[in-house]
Design a protein around this ligand. Structure first.
Ligand SMILES: NC(=O)c1ccc[n+]([C@@H]2O[C@H](COP(=O)([O-])OP(=O)(O)OC[C@H]3O[C@@H](n4cnc5c(N)ncnc54)[C@H](O)[C@@H]3O)[C@@H](O)[C@H]2O)c1
Length: 252
């Protein structure tokens, strides 16, 4: 049974592609009231919004160009989306990058480190901070789902910066769980496994270029999870049916 998101006003970051896009479309299929899409890929984000606006009668979708690593951009986007939707019930935060894959520590560029940490970790802090401010002012609070990864939480990563950032997103989310009144705002992280998205396909292509191991590449591709299966879990986590859920959720 699909999750019930009727009347939910949702911000989804990183919904131009991948898991975020699949989740935005599924949230519309679950009858969300309004979906605010935040991304830096304006063309693809608009395609997601167009798909939502054309496939359902109940959900309205709109895009904002929000660079998740930029404080002014995040604050402006959250405030504008809250004003458009009349509040924020759910944040599903998927925006992220994987750079620096297969780079040895000796040559790992500081600029790459900073960029990955700025988008994946600082971006999570910036948007959570602004969304919590809105949710605290609402009688019914809300739900915040951040995106960690098995990389940096239960295992390693192809990128030092990516693994570090995702472990830190998980830690940050646990701190929020401890300090925020969970009866008002539920905070959880989702940690996807290996999902068939541009982020992972780029990563596997880089690995193939480095190793030339076609058989390994083919096996990895065949074993990827469909983003729609992660979207099913994310939309459930966003729903009131999940109100007693706590802690991180891992997927294959
Ligand atoms: N695909 C996987 O196997 C996997 C596994 C674990 C965790 N994750 C995490 O899931 C999330 C979604 O990943 P995906 O695989 O769908 O990747 P993706 O590359 O398909 O999507 C990422 C989205 O984030 C957007 N984005 C990038 N930088 C941004 C910025 N500065 N501001 C706003 N938006 C920005 C991109 O434009 C894109 O739409 C990421 O946080 C990723 O780290 C993915």
């Amino acid at each position: 049974m699909p999750a019930d998101l009727a009347s939910k006003r949702i911000i989804i970051t990183g919904a131009a592609t991948g898991i975020g896009r699949a989740t935005a479309i599924m949230a519309a299929q679950c009858n969300a009231h309004a979906i605010a899409i935040f991304d830096v890929d304006d063309t693809a984000a608009q395609e997601t919004a167009n798909s939502i606006n054309s496939i359902t009668g109940t959900t309205s979708a709109r895009c904002w160009h929000v660079d998740i690593a930029d404080r002014a951009s995040v604050e402006g986007g959250v405030d504008a989306a809250a004003s458009w939707m009349g509040g924020i019930d759910v944040l599903l935060h998927f925006a992220g990058i994987l750079h620096g894959a297969y780079e040895p520590i000796e040559s790992f560029e500081e600029a790459t480190w900073d960029r990955v940490l700025d988008i994946n970790l600082k971006g999570t802090y910036l948007i959570a901070k602004q969304v919590v401010t809105h949710m605290n002012a609402q009688p019914n609070g809300g739900t915040i789902i951040t995106t960690a990864s098995g990389a940096g939480v239960t295992g390693g990563s192809s990128s030092y910066a990516y693994g570090a950032s995702k472990g830190a997103v998980h830690g940050f989310t646990m701190v929020m769980q401890r300090h925020i009144d969970m009866s008002k705002i539920r905070v959880q992280d989702i940690a996807p496994g290996r999902v068939r998205t541009p982020l992972v396909l780029d990563n596997l292509r880089q690995q193939l270029e480095k190793t030339g191991d076609q058989a390994h590449y083919d096996a990895e591709i065949a074993n990827l999870t469909d983003p729609v299966d992660v979207a099913k879990i994310a939309t459930f986590m966003a729903s009131d049916e999940a109100k007693v859920m706590r802690g991180p959720v891992f997927t294959r």
